[in-house]
Design a binder for this molecule. Sequence first.
Ligand code: ATP
Length: 234
Amino acid sequence: MLKINDIRVQYQNTLALKGVSLTVEEGEIVTLLGANGAGKSSLLRAISGLVVPKSGEILFLGRRINGLPTHEIVALGIAHVPEGRHVYPQMSVRENLEMGAYNCRDKKEIEKRFEEVFLHFPRLKERCNQLAGTLSGGEQQMVAMGRGLMAKPKIFLLDEPSLGLAPLVVKEIGNIIVDINKRGTTVLLVEQNARMALQLSHRGYVLETGNVALEGLSKDLLGNEHVIKAYLGG
Ligand code: ATP
Protein backbone atom coordinates (compact mmCIF):
# COMPACT_ATOMS: atom_id res chain seq x y z
CA MET A 1 0.00 0.00 0.00
CA LEU A 2 2.73 2.44 1.04
CA LYS A 3 6.27 2.16 -0.22
CA ILE A 4 9.01 4.56 0.77
CA ASN A 5 12.24 4.36 -1.18
CA ASP A 6 15.40 5.92 0.17
CA ILE A 7 14.02 9.28 1.25
CA ARG A 8 16.08 12.09 2.64
CA VAL A 9 14.52 15.00 4.52
CA GLN A 10 16.52 18.08 5.35
CA TYR A 11 15.70 21.13 7.48
CA GLN A 12 18.25 23.94 7.04
CA ASN A 13 21.42 22.23 8.35
CA THR A 14 19.81 19.10 9.81
CA LEU A 15 19.51 15.96 7.72
CA ALA A 16 16.58 14.38 9.61
CA LEU A 17 16.16 11.33 7.35
CA LYS A 18 19.28 10.01 5.65
CA GLY A 19 17.86 7.52 3.18
CA VAL A 20 14.95 5.68 4.76
CA SER A 21 13.06 2.86 3.05
CA LEU A 22 9.95 1.25 4.48
CA THR A 23 6.81 -0.55 3.36
CA VAL A 24 3.33 -0.89 4.81
CA GLU A 25 1.03 -3.58 3.40
CA GLU A 26 -2.73 -3.18 3.31
CA GLY A 27 -4.31 -4.35 6.59
CA GLU A 28 -1.18 -4.05 8.69
CA ILE A 29 -0.31 -2.09 11.79
CA VAL A 30 3.32 -1.09 11.39
CA THR A 31 5.11 0.65 14.22
CA LEU A 32 7.98 3.05 14.04
CA LEU A 33 10.19 3.24 17.12
CA GLY A 34 13.05 5.57 17.85
CA ALA A 35 14.50 7.96 20.39
CA ASN A 36 13.75 11.69 20.42
CA GLY A 37 15.01 13.29 17.25
CA ALA A 38 15.42 9.99 15.36
CA GLY A 39 13.23 11.31 12.54
CA LYS A 40 9.90 9.56 13.18
CA SER A 41 7.71 12.65 12.91
CA SER A 42 9.67 13.80 9.86
CA LEU A 43 8.82 10.54 8.13
CA LEU A 44 5.09 10.99 8.81
CA ARG A 45 5.29 14.63 7.71
CA ALA A 46 6.96 13.59 4.46
CA ILE A 47 4.19 11.05 3.77
CA SER A 48 1.44 13.61 4.32
CA GLY A 49 3.18 16.31 2.29
CA LEU A 50 4.03 18.65 5.16
CA VAL A 51 7.70 18.45 4.20
CA VAL A 52 9.04 17.64 0.76
CA PRO A 53 11.85 15.06 0.71
CA LYS A 54 15.12 16.20 -0.81
CA SER A 55 15.40 12.88 -2.64
CA GLY A 56 13.79 9.45 -2.82
CA GLU A 57 10.18 8.59 -3.48
CA ILE A 58 6.96 7.83 -1.66
CA LEU A 59 4.47 5.58 -3.45
CA PHE A 60 0.89 5.17 -2.25
CA LEU A 61 -1.17 2.51 -4.03
CA GLY A 62 1.42 2.60 -6.78
CA ARG A 63 1.28 6.37 -7.28
CA ARG A 64 4.15 8.71 -6.51
CA ILE A 65 2.89 11.23 -3.94
CA ASN A 66 5.93 13.20 -2.87
CA GLY A 67 5.56 16.79 -4.01
CA LEU A 68 1.73 16.62 -3.99
CA PRO A 69 -0.04 19.19 -1.80
CA THR A 70 -1.37 17.84 1.51
CA HIS A 71 -5.08 18.21 0.61
CA GLU A 72 -4.54 15.95 -2.43
CA ILE A 73 -2.72 13.41 -0.29
CA VAL A 74 -5.63 13.42 2.21
CA ALA A 75 -8.07 12.94 -0.67
CA LEU A 76 -6.13 9.84 -1.77
CA GLY A 77 -6.85 8.26 1.63
CA ILE A 78 -4.02 9.25 3.98
CA ALA A 79 -4.92 10.83 7.34
CA HIS A 80 -2.25 12.08 9.74
CA VAL A 81 -2.89 12.68 13.44
CA PRO A 82 0.10 14.78 14.51
CA GLU A 83 1.88 14.67 17.82
CA GLY A 84 0.29 17.04 20.33
CA ARG A 85 -3.34 16.55 19.22
CA HIS A 86 -3.99 20.14 18.09
CA VAL A 87 -7.71 20.18 18.68
CA TYR A 88 -9.51 23.50 18.23
CA PRO A 89 -10.15 24.40 21.90
CA GLN A 90 -12.95 26.93 21.29
CA MET A 91 -14.91 24.58 19.05
CA SER A 92 -17.18 21.77 20.20
CA VAL A 93 -16.26 18.11 19.87
CA ARG A 94 -18.74 17.79 17.00
CA GLU A 95 -17.30 20.81 15.16
CA ASN A 96 -13.76 19.47 15.62
CA LEU A 97 -14.78 16.12 14.17
CA GLU A 98 -16.63 17.74 11.30
CA MET A 99 -13.41 19.52 10.25
CA GLY A 100 -11.97 16.10 9.39
CA ALA A 101 -14.67 15.55 6.77
CA TYR A 102 -13.99 18.87 5.01
CA ASN A 103 -13.53 17.08 1.68
CA CYS A 104 -17.00 15.48 1.80
CA ARG A 105 -20.14 17.36 0.77
CA ASP A 106 -22.59 14.49 1.22
CA LYS A 107 -24.48 15.07 4.52
CA LYS A 108 -25.62 11.44 4.79
CA GLU A 109 -22.07 10.21 4.31
CA ILE A 110 -20.85 12.65 6.98
CA GLU A 111 -23.47 11.31 9.43
CA LYS A 112 -22.30 7.76 8.63
CA ARG A 113 -18.75 8.77 9.42
CA PHE A 114 -19.86 10.32 12.73
CA GLU A 115 -21.52 7.02 13.67
CA GLU A 116 -18.34 5.12 12.79
CA VAL A 117 -16.27 7.47 14.94
CA PHE A 118 -18.74 7.15 17.85
CA LEU A 119 -18.49 3.38 17.57
CA HIS A 120 -14.79 3.66 18.47
CA PHE A 121 -15.20 6.62 20.82
CA PRO A 122 -18.61 6.43 22.54
CA ARG A 123 -17.40 9.01 25.04
CA LEU A 124 -17.20 11.60 22.27
CA LYS A 125 -20.86 11.06 21.45
CA GLU A 126 -21.78 11.92 25.04
CA ARG A 127 -19.58 15.01 24.87
CA CYS A 128 -20.56 16.19 21.40
CA ASN A 129 -21.41 19.74 22.48
CA GLN A 130 -18.57 20.22 24.96
CA LEU A 131 -15.78 22.63 23.99
CA ALA A 132 -12.74 20.54 23.01
CA GLY A 133 -10.43 22.71 25.14
CA THR A 134 -12.24 21.55 28.29
CA LEU A 135 -11.69 17.81 27.62
CA SER A 136 -9.08 15.68 29.39
CA GLY A 137 -5.84 14.83 27.56
CA GLY A 138 -7.12 11.35 26.70
CA GLU A 139 -10.40 12.71 25.37
CA GLN A 140 -8.56 15.29 23.28
CA GLN A 141 -6.49 12.46 21.81
CA MET A 142 -9.76 10.72 20.94
CA VAL A 143 -11.01 13.88 19.22
CA ALA A 144 -7.76 14.15 17.23
CA MET A 145 -8.05 10.50 16.15
CA GLY A 146 -11.78 10.83 15.48
CA ARG A 147 -11.13 13.88 13.31
CA GLY A 148 -8.62 11.83 11.29
CA LEU A 149 -11.16 9.01 10.88
CA MET A 150 -13.76 11.49 9.59
CA ALA A 151 -11.64 11.72 6.41
CA LYS A 152 -12.32 7.97 5.93
CA PRO A 153 -8.63 7.13 5.44
CA LYS A 154 -7.21 3.99 3.88
CA ILE A 155 -4.09 4.50 5.98
CA PHE A 156 -3.97 6.23 9.34
CA LEU A 157 -0.68 7.86 10.42
CA LEU A 158 -0.59 8.24 14.20
CA ASP A 159 2.16 10.26 15.85
CA GLU A 160 2.65 9.44 19.56
CA PRO A 161 -1.02 8.91 20.46
CA SER A 162 -0.12 7.80 24.01
CA LEU A 163 2.12 10.76 24.86
CA GLY A 164 1.42 12.16 28.31
CA LEU A 165 -1.56 9.92 29.03
CA ALA A 166 -2.19 7.82 32.16
CA PRO A 167 -1.50 4.05 31.81
CA LEU A 168 -5.19 3.07 31.72
CA VAL A 169 -5.93 5.60 28.99
CA VAL A 170 -2.87 4.42 27.05
CA LYS A 171 -4.32 0.91 27.16
CA GLU A 172 -7.69 2.17 25.99
CA ILE A 173 -6.13 4.06 23.07
CA GLY A 174 -4.11 0.94 22.17
CA ASN A 175 -7.29 -1.18 22.07
CA ILE A 176 -9.02 1.42 19.90
CA ILE A 177 -6.10 1.39 17.42
CA VAL A 178 -6.48 -2.40 17.12
CA ASP A 179 -10.26 -2.04 16.58
CA ILE A 180 -9.77 0.63 13.91
CA ASN A 181 -7.35 -1.70 12.14
CA LYS A 182 -9.72 -4.68 12.44
CA ARG A 183 -12.43 -2.61 10.76
CA GLY A 184 -10.21 -2.23 7.72
CA THR A 185 -7.89 0.75 8.19
CA THR A 186 -4.15 0.25 7.77
CA VAL A 187 -2.08 1.96 10.48
CA LEU A 188 1.43 3.42 10.63
CA LEU A 189 2.08 4.14 14.30
CA VAL A 190 4.88 6.24 15.78
CA GLU A 191 5.35 5.50 19.46
CA GLN A 192 7.82 5.96 22.27
CA ASN A 193 5.80 3.47 24.29
CA ALA A 194 7.67 0.67 22.54
CA ARG A 195 6.19 -2.24 24.44
CA MET A 196 2.60 -1.28 23.74
CA ALA A 197 3.37 -0.46 20.11
CA LEU A 198 5.12 -3.79 19.48
CA GLN A 199 2.39 -5.73 21.28
CA LEU A 200 -0.36 -4.36 19.07
CA SER A 201 1.45 -4.13 15.70
CA HIS A 202 2.35 -6.73 13.08
CA ARG A 203 5.76 -5.35 12.09
CA GLY A 204 8.09 -2.64 13.22
CA TYR A 205 11.00 -0.43 12.21
CA VAL A 206 13.54 1.17 14.52
CA LEU A 207 14.83 4.55 13.41
CA GLU A 208 18.13 5.79 14.78
CA THR A 209 19.47 9.22 13.82
CA GLY A 210 17.71 9.28 10.48
CA ASN A 211 18.40 5.69 9.42
CA VAL A 212 16.51 2.39 9.75
CA ALA A 213 18.60 0.48 12.31
CA LEU A 214 16.36 -2.58 12.61
CA GLU A 215 13.16 -3.97 11.11
CA GLY A 216 11.15 -7.13 11.55
CA LEU A 217 8.07 -8.80 12.92
CA SER A 218 6.96 -7.07 16.11
CA LYS A 219 7.11 -10.31 18.08
CA ASP A 220 10.75 -10.74 17.03
CA LEU A 221 11.60 -7.12 17.88
CA LEU A 222 10.07 -7.65 21.33
CA GLY A 223 12.71 -10.34 21.89
CA ASN A 224 15.59 -8.48 20.22
CA GLU A 225 18.45 -7.72 22.60
CA HIS A 226 19.12 -4.22 21.26
CA VAL A 227 15.42 -3.30 21.37
CA ILE A 228 15.12 -4.65 24.91
CA LYS A 229 18.14 -2.63 26.08
CA ALA A 230 17.40 0.61 24.23
CA TYR A 231 13.59 0.79 24.10
CA LEU A 232 12.05 -1.64 26.60
CA GLY A 233 13.89 -0.50 29.72
CA GLY A 234 16.37 -3.39 29.79
P1 ATP B 1 10.44 13.12 18.83
O1 ATP B 1 10.20 11.73 19.32
O2 ATP B 1 11.21 13.94 19.83
O3 ATP B 1 9.23 13.80 18.32
P2 ATP B 1 11.30 12.41 16.14
O4 ATP B 1 11.92 11.06 16.05
O5 ATP B 1 9.88 12.53 15.76
O6 ATP B 1 11.49 12.98 17.62
P3 ATP B 1 11.79 14.56 14.29
O7 ATP B 1 10.82 15.48 14.97
O8 ATP B 1 11.44 14.00 12.99
O9 ATP B 1 12.19 13.37 15.29
O10 ATP B 1 13.18 15.35 14.17
C1 ATP B 1 14.31 14.79 13.51
C2 ATP B 1 15.42 15.85 13.47
O11 ATP B 1 15.00 16.95 12.65
C3 ATP B 1 15.75 16.45 14.83
O12 ATP B 1 17.15 16.65 14.88
C4 ATP B 1 15.01 17.78 14.84
O13 ATP B 1 15.66 18.73 15.63
C5 ATP B 1 15.05 18.18 13.37
N1 ATP B 1 13.87 18.97 12.98
C6 ATP B 1 12.58 18.55 13.02
N2 ATP B 1 11.75 19.53 12.58
C7 ATP B 1 12.54 20.58 12.26
C8 ATP B 1 12.29 21.90 11.74
N3 ATP B 1 11.06 22.30 11.45
N4 ATP B 1 13.37 22.71 11.54
C9 ATP B 1 14.63 22.29 11.82
N5 ATP B 1 14.94 21.04 12.29
C10 ATP B 1 13.91 20.22 12.52
